[in-house]
Design a binder for this molecule. Structure first.
Ligand code: ZN
Length: 292
């Protein structure tokens, strides 16, 4: 089964729901960045959160989520495009922490205090960035706060990652339920009641529930209209050509420095941890371009 993103509505389009299974996506991120369990959980929740926000993208553009806290994990950054391609990284992937007082991975302690930023680029001229101060650093609550304050829609966000004892990802995914202003307040209350009786979302996913099943569980006894299902995957558009352009943009002096001091150069893409190697001959060609 591939990872998927499902969208649905209820209450005459006044309730909007996105749910995603991201187990494979988070496992790929873990392998690429060699993350510790708590770093896998933090990065996985941010990857899942940004994916769930991609509701607003039509056929182009991107959404970037940045969680910048003062905790030992450092910043967590992820983006998604309209095709459901997601990528992301965490500043200190190897940091490991003792469990929190509930015996869970201490994502909030690892993130610390700071801000959450969402940048929306609809592929038009301007981009829009909104931000809120982090509530708990656990990502779900922070994203819900962002949606309430910045988009003024009461929202319920659950994102979760379950890590196996061998550090691989057992389950990951999330759901966002948003209530638009004209909706019936009773429905949100009903959804909150449903939530009281549900296991954590990562457990529901581990038990084999699909994104549709999760939506049906959260919106139990409410009529749901399913709109679309999309396959999603970890994908970074970086390639050597793009890296060459970045190297050229460093300028003539910087390139000369690299050639004289190091001879060759290895450049890493932050988002996907892919390494690109430039030989001395290649760097000299780039120097010619940069000198034009
Ligand atoms: Zn990349």
């Amino acid at each position: 089964m591939w990872d998927s993103l499902v969208r649905a509505t209820a209450d005459n389009n006044n309730i909007r729901v996105s749910a995603a299974i991201t187990t494979r996506l988070v496992e790929e991120a873990r392998q690429r960045h060699q993350t510790s369990p708590v770093a896998s959980a933090a990065l996985g929740r941010v990857l899942t959160g940004v994916l769930l926000l991609s509701w607003n993208l039509k056929d182009k553009g991107s959404i970037t989520m940045r969680v910048l806290g003062d905790g030992p994990l450092g910043g967590v950054i992820a983006d998604v495009n309209a095709q459901g391609q997601v990528r992301g990284y965490i500043q200190n992937p190897q940091v490991d922490l003792p469990p929190n007082k509930h015996g869970k991975l201490d994502v909030g302690g690892g993130i610390g205090q700071g801000n959450l930023y969402i940048t929306t680029d609809l592929g038009l001229k301007d981009t829009y960035t909104g931000s809120v101060a982090l509530e708990t650093g656990e990502i779900g609550e922070d994203l819900a706060k962002y949606l309430v304050i910045s988009e003024q829609t009461p929202s319920l966000v659950s994102v979760g990652v379950l890590v196996n004892p061998d550090l691989t990802i057992a389950a990951a995914g999330g759901i966002i339920v948003q209530a638009l202003p004209n909706g019936s307040p009773e429905i949100l209350t009903k959804i909150e009641e449903n939530l009281q009786n549900l296991k954590p979302i990562s457990t529901l996913i581990k038990e084999g529930n699909s994104a549709q099943d999760i939506i049906k569980l959260y919106l139990k006894d409410i009529e749901v209209k399913f709109l679309e299902e999309k396959q999603i995957n970890f994908n970074c558009p970086c390639n050597k050509e793009r890296l060459e352009k970045i190297m050229i943009s460093l300028g003539k002096d910087e390139l000369e420095d690299i050639i004289n001091n190091e001879g060759s150069s290895e450049v890493k893409c932050h988002f996907c941890n892919e390494h690109y190697y430039f030989t001395k001959e290649e760097l000299e060609k780039l120097l010619v371009e940069a000198s034009k």
